[in-house]
Design a binder for this molecule. Sequence first.
Ligand SMILES: [Mn+2]
Length: 334
Amino acid sequence: MTQNTPPIDQAAVDLIQASNRILLTGHVRPDGDCIGAEAALYPLLKSMGKRVHIYNSHKPEQQFDFLRDGVPFEIFQGELPEHDLVILLDCSELSRTADMAPVLEALPCKKMVIDHHVLPETAWWDAAIVDDSASATGVLIYRLAEHLGYELPAVGRMGVFTSIVSDTGWFKYSNTDGETLRIAGELVAKGLAPEKIYASIYQRKAREHPQDVGKALHMLTYHAGGALATVTIPLDAAGDSGNLDSDDVLDLLRSVECVEVVLFIREVEAGVCKLSARSKTDYDVNRLARTFGGGGHVKASGASLKMSPAEAEKVLVLAAIEQARNDSLPGWKM
Ligand SMILES: [Mn+2]
């Protein structure tokens, strides 16, 4: 453990130990951190003799299929089996599970949150393992395994590593701390092959992928003298906005020297836009996303906006510039 690592909350450990049937879930369109944390927690709980199910609103992307080895990911289809405990991973509000939320809420069982995002003001859960300074939810699972003296099996180790690399941009972002690298080092020392995970997650794109990136970049606009970049993708005539991984565009735009903040806005259904916001400076995109009912981290946040893509871009750009003005950021030409 690093010096500032908070201890695992004993109430959370007690609740896990007292529960026999445990359901794991996470946010919609689960990312590598969410899927990785589930793949790590599943065998840990199984080894404790628990009956465990994983239910998500969407199935894991194909790029994470190496985490399916012995880990049954089920898709929510309106009903959930009975449980003693639901553990919500990589988010802290049931609404982030979309369609599952009302069903989860109605379950007469205990609820736990394991998350590293900035938390909502009211703690509605029965117990939690939370630390918004942790680089990934997978780090919290690794801490829990360490706390319990449990050795993660290969799939669990790949789960934690996938969590970490997904949320640190393969160790590039400022959340890459000593603990993150220590854990990654321990996983590699135990036999994990980073290049295999890299190839699976990042090097299996479809042949159309480069053209999709090209198309998205046609929608690039700079604002505030170049400190702010937006890429807005509306639905096409067929009602599709592609399935481009926002990071493919966000990474590229962050590489531009003057750019401090990138907003990737995609219309996911008619009149509903999903925002992915990234900052490479001290600009707090969590604050920006919260203005629109979203949230996340200081440097990576998201939100869902019920408006047209043009309207979403307009209000987001205005709000982003307003925030820069309030904070008197020098790089922003207003
Ligand atoms: Mn995460």
